[in-house]
Design a protein around this ligand. Structure first.
Ligand code: PLP
Length: 357
C-alpha cells in the first residue's frame, strides 16, 4: 500500500503526460509560454477566480501574494500555529512578523475568535490555512476587516458555503508540490486572485519586476512555473474532480469505520478535498507502530507546531495549547485516488484491531 499516489497517477496517465512533455520540448519555448498561460486560465477558472499567476512554488505564491498585498518589514501577519513551515516562512522572508494563533480543537484550523482578538493596527494580513484540505472559517475571519491571504496549498477543489477555497480571500496561494491533490513532478505554485491590481503586481514580482523585457519597474524576483510543469498540470487538472471524489468516498468509509472508536476526527466545515485524512488519539505513537507492524504507511502532519520550531523562536511567546495537543496526537492515514476498497478495509481493520487489544 502506498501513502500517496504520485507514482500510480503517472502510470495511469503516462501517455498523455509524456505527450505533453514532448510537445513542450519540441516547441522551443520553455519559460512563460502558451502552456503557462493556458494553465493559469484553466486553474483560476477552476478556483472561480479571475486571475492566476503561476510561480515557482507554493512558498513563493505566499511570499509574492503577501508582497502584492503590501506587507512589508515590521508588519504583523496572523498565521495558524499548525501548518507547513512555509506558511510562516513566507512572512519572515519579507521581514514581517508571524503571529501564531491557536487552532480550533474541532476543525484544526485557525481559531477565528482568537485571531480577531489578537489583531492590532500592525496586523496587515491574516493567512488562514485550509489544513488537510478542510476549509477554514473564512466568513468569521473576514469580519475583522483585515485582508485574507488563503493558504490553499492543500485545498485544490475544496468547497465551503462561502465558495471554493482560493476564491474568498483577496488573494490565495496554491502549491503544486508532487504529493498535493494537483501536483507536478517538481516544484510549482500559483497566486490566485480576482483583484486586478494584486494580479498585476504579482505578475511583475515573479519576473524581475518586468512588464517588458529588460525594464524593471519594481524590485522583483525570478519565480516562474516552467512550461513543462504547466503542460503536465494541464493534463492532471482534467482528472482532479474525479480524484477528489474518490478521496471523499474513502474519507466517508474511514469516518463510518471509526465511528464507535475513541478517535478524534476533523470536523467537516465544508467539502474537503481530503488532501489528508487524520485521526487523533493520545496513543498516536503506539497506533503508528501498530500500523508499521501491519506494513501500512502513515505519516504525522505535523509533529511540531510552528510556535515551537527553532526557526521561529524569536517570534515565540505564543501559547497555543490546542496546537500542542493536536501535534502530539495526530496521525495521517493513507488516502489517495488509487487506493482500492481492499486497502481501505485493511486500514480500517488495522485501526479496529488496535483498539480491540
Ligand atoms: C499549507 C502549506 N503551505 C505552503 C506550502 C508550501 O508549498 P511549496 O512546498 O510548494 O513551497 C505547503 C506545502 O508544503 C503547505 O502544505
Amino acid at each position: 500500500m502506498e501513502f500517496n499516489d504520485v507514482r500510480l497517477q503517472y502510470e495511469s496517465l503516462r501517455e498523455q503526460i509524456d505527450g505533453a512533455i514532448s510537445q513542450v520540448l519540441a516547441g522551443g519555448r520553455y519559460i512563460l509560454g502558451q502552456s503557462v498561460q493556458a494553465f493559469e486560465d484553466e486553474f483560476s477558472r477552476y478556483c472561480r477566480a479571475a486571475n492566476g499567476i503561476a510561480v515557482g512554488s507554493g512558498t513563493d505564491a505566499l511570499t509574492i501574494g503577501l508582497r502584492a498585498l503590501g506587507v512589508q518589514a515590521g508588519d504583523e501577519v496572523l498565521v495558524p500555529a499548525v501548518s507547513a513551515a512555509a506558511t510562516a516562512m513566507a512572512v519572515v522572508t519579507l521581514g514581517a512578523r508571524p503571529i501564531f494563533i491557536d487552532i480550533s480543537p474541532d476543525d484544526f484550523n485557525i481559531d477565528a475568535a482568537l485571531a480577531l482578538d489578537r489583531k492590532s493596527s500592525r496586523t496587515k494580513a491574516i493567512v488562514p490555512v485550509h489544513l488537510y484540505g478542510m476549509p477554514a472559517r473564512l466568513k468569521d475571519l473576514g469580519r475583522g476587516g483585515v485582508p485574507l491571504l488563503e493558504d490553499a496549498a492543500q485545498a485544490h477543489g475544496s468547497d465551503a458555503s462561502w465558495g471554493r477555497c482560493g476564491s474568498f480571500g483577496i488573494v490565495s496561494a496554491f502549491s503544486f508540490y508532487p504529493t498535493k491533490n494537483l501536483g507536478t513532478y517538481g516544484d510549482g505554485g500559483m497566486v490566485v486572485t480576482s483583484d486586478a491590481e494584486i494580479a498585476e503586481r504579482s505578475r511583475l514580482l515573479r519576473n524581475y519586476g518586468q512588464r517588458d523585457n529588460y525594464s524593471s519597474e519594481v524590485f522583483g524576483q525570478n519565480s516562474r512555473l516552467d512550461e513543462l510543469h504547466a503542460a503536465i498540470l494541464r493534463v492532471k487538472l482534467k482528472k482532479l474532480d474525479e480524484w477528489n471524489r474518490r478521496r471523499r468516498q474513502i474519507a466517508a468509509l474511514y469516518r463510518q469505520g471509526f465511528e464507535d472508536l475513541p478517535l478524534g476526527m476533523q470536523a467537516e466545515t465544508g467539502t474537503s478535498n481530503y488532501h489528508l485524512f487524520v485521526v487523533t488519539t493520545p496513543e498516536r505513537d503506539r497506533l503508528r507502530a501498530h500500523f508499521a507492524s501491519l506494513d501500512i504507511p502513515t505519516l504525522v502532519h505535523y509533529p511540531t507546531p510552528l510556535h515551537r520550531q527553532r526557526a521561529f523562536a524569536e517570534f515565540n511567546p505564543a501559547r497555543c495549547p490546542h496546537a500542542d495537543l493536536l501535534c502530539s496526537r495526530v496521525l495521517s492515514l493513507p488516502i489517495h485516488a488509487y487506493l482500492s476498497n481492499g486497502e481501505v478495509e485493511r486500514v480500517i481493520d488495522g485501526v479496529r484491531s488496535f483498539f480491540k487489544r
